[in-house]
Design a protein around this ligand. Structure first.
Ligand code: ADP
Ligand code: MG
Length: 601
């Protein structure tokens, strides 16, 4: 990303704040202009003393200087107040909305083929740096620039020679810093990449902490984390040591400029070009300008770091969502639930959101090509039918569900819902009409009520306990209800009451059923249940499936026995479609599956 593109993006992001920032800018300009007044009045006082002006005039000058300082304090307070009210909290909020909004635009497919640790690190650092960047630029860099410009301009106005010397010093110093920036940009990016790798690694360790502890690998984890951090720190230290050395060299420029101004100024006073008071004024102004500039060099380092984080973050936001909804999608009120797959070939892509797209080649594991998970699959599920998918593990059953909910678009073929291509449907509306239970049920660290009603749009707040009771009975959630002290308001999930795999699945089933969906999908949703609960839930599923299309993926023969038809998948291909009896007669893969199950009993 070129600097120009980068700046364009920054402006885009801060566009809503342009007037607010303009107002802050006006405050800053006023405050910095007042900064010029005090040295001027002090110089004038010196001249008044030299020319033996009456004391009253001197007191007047001092009084004006005091008033200017007081006004400056007042303006400062107003500026702070304004910033607190309109900038300091609004910018992080705005950034947060942009980030979460953008992440939700990515397809499910993009998210699942993503290292969550890396993604998190980029989001956190990027979001933070972008707000910090705005504040550093607004509160530190811009005031300095404004002040330096004002000081140089007035000096030039009052004396060409001194002004030109100051201008030369300032320009030289800025050129030097831009050069430094250019010199260190790439290396700083490398360090930033290492930092991301480190925090990805640490997140992985934390995510798998149970694994670490159960294998007694604490010292390994600590050592590996330390090693990864050491690597980053070494690179970082080397880089910034060199930076600091060069920056120190550069700080000779302001020092030298000051000296030249002093010498030339003294000479000009000697020649009678201006008074001692004016010399004092010029010295104070140029000192002010040059010392402000030196401050920039320290801010500069922060700025380079922020720039690299923000750039990574922008790169992430720049990744195109791979599932796009048309501008005027078909948006039916209800779905009949007829589902047709026509020659669908579906391949999981390794297109990651937060990974460095250009640097993928370095990682030998990143580009491993994977064959399609569904090959040329065709089948029809009539509206209201209950259909079971069977097949060995890895056959592509869950992929059928992924394709159906448009986690990612298929490479080839068409998925047709009630006669409409899935790609022309309003995806949100369609997903609202689907109730889906996965083998691994995701839970929020929140109340049971929140978890069950999460899928409801807007209606969640109005769900009555009676309604919940009914769903709890259907999903057998009520069978572990006695463990929950506060009923539906008990916190479940990570920090609350721990649920077993089977209990989680029941919450997942409740979440799907309460939506009263047009299409119900169970992807090995009862695999963690004991046979008693499984039998109960099977009855509920049967009841719930009345009048709506239902897809059941299950291993147990008992679960699928009631299906209107069974679709057999084998290595991503449809190996047979029919009833149990038909398949037993003419579908070898199905026979094998059933036989294996019988032999296991
Ligand atoms: P199952 O029939 O067990 O549900 P899946 O549909 O989950 O099988 O998987 C089908 C194939 O697709 C498997 O070979 C699996 O390795 C692959 N696969 C599944 N999910 C992903 C993914 N997110 N990224 C890449 N490959 C995947
Ligand atoms: Mg599966």
């Amino acid at each position: 990303m070129k600097l120009r593109q980068f700046l364009k993006k920054v402006f885009e992001v801060y566009h809503p704040f342009r007037w607010t920032m303009a107002k802050v800018f006006v405050f800053i300009a006023l405050i910095q202009a007042l900064n010029l007044v005090t040295p001027y009045l002090q110089g004038k006082t010196i001249d008044a003393l030299f020319s033996k002006k009456p004391l009253s005039q001197i007191w007047l000058l001092i009084g004006i200087a005091l008033a200017a300082s007081l006004i400056r304090i007042g303006l400062f307070y107003w500026r702070e107040r304004y910033e607190l009210n309109s900038v300091d909290f609004s910018i992080p909020y705005h950034m947060n909305q942009i980030t979460v909004g953008r992440l939700c635009e990515y397809s499910i497919g993009q998210h699942i083929s993503e290292n969550s640790g890396l993604k998190q690190s980029k989001i956190n650092r990027g979001q933070h740096s972008l707000s910090a960047l705005a504040q550093t630029v607004l509160y530190q860099i811009i005031p300095i620039i404004v002040e330096v410009i004002l000081l140089t301009a007035v000096t030039l106005y009052f004396n060409k020679i001194i002004g030109l010397i100051l201008l030369a010093g300032v320009s030289l110093y800025i050129a030097f810093m831009l050069y430094l920036n250019h010199l260190f940009k790439d290396e700083a990016e490398m360090v930033e990449k290492l930092e991301h790798e480190h925090s990805k690694f640490q997140n992985e360790v934390l995510r798998n902490i149970e694994l670490v502890l159960t294998n007694a690998r604490e010292s390994r984890a600590t050592k590996e984390c330390g090693k990864s951090l050491k690597g980053v720190q070494n690179a970082s230290r080397k880089l910034w040591l060199r930076f600091v050395r060069l920056a120190l060299l550069g700080s000779a420029i302001p020092t030298f400029t000051r000296f030249v101004i002093f010498a030339v100024g003294a000479f000009l006073v000697y020649r009678g070009q201006f008074t001692v008071g004016w010399l004092a004024i010029f010295l104070m102004w140029s000192n002010q300008a040059l010392s402000q500039l030196s401050q920039i060099s320290w801010l500069h380092r922060q700025l380079i770091q922020m720039y690299t984080s923000v750039k990574k973050y922008f790169d992430m936001l720049d990744v195109e969502p791979d599932v796009k909804v048309l501008p005027n999608p078909v948006c039916p009120d209800r779905f009949q639930g007829k589902i047709e797959f026509k020659n669908v070939t579906f391949q999981y892509k390794r297109r990651e959101i937060a990974n460095d797209i250009n640097n993928d080649e370095d990682a030998p594991y990143a580009k491993a090509e994977i064959g399609p998970a569904l090959k040329n699959a065709s089948f029809t599920i009539e509206a209201g039918e209950t259909v079971a998918f069977v097949g060995e593990s890895g056959a592509g059953k869950s992929t059928v569900v992924h394709a159906l909910i448009r986690a990612q678009d298929p490479e080839e073929g068409q998925i047709i819902i009630d006669g409409n291509d899935l790609r022309v449907l309003d995806l949100k509306r369609f997903r609202e009409a689907i109730g889906i239970v996965n083998q691994q049920v995701s839970l929020f660290d929140h109340t049971l009520r929140y978890n069950i009603t999460y899928g409801l749009n807007g209606r969640a707040a109005k769900v009555t306990d009676a309604e919940l009771d009914k769903i709890a009975e259907m999903s057998c959630v009520n069978r572990f209800f006695s463990r929950l002290e506060k009923g539906y308001d008990t916190i479940i999930g990570e920090r609350g009451v721990k649920l077993s795999g089977g209990e989680c699945q029941r919450v997942g089933i409740a979440r799907a059923l309460i939506k009263n969906p047009d299409i119900l999908i169970f992807d090995e949703a009862t695999s963690n249940l004991d046979s008693e609960n499984e039998a109960l839930i099977r009855k509920s599923i049967e009841k719930a499936s009345k009048g709506r299309t239902t897809i059941i993926i299950a291993h147990r023969f008992s679960t699928i026995s009631n299906a209107d038809k069974i679709i057999v998948l084998s290595k991503g291909e449809v190996a047979g479609i029919g009833t149990h009896d038909e398949l037993m007669q003419n579908c070898e893969p199905y026979r094998r599956l059933i036989q294996n199950q019988v032999s296991m009993l």
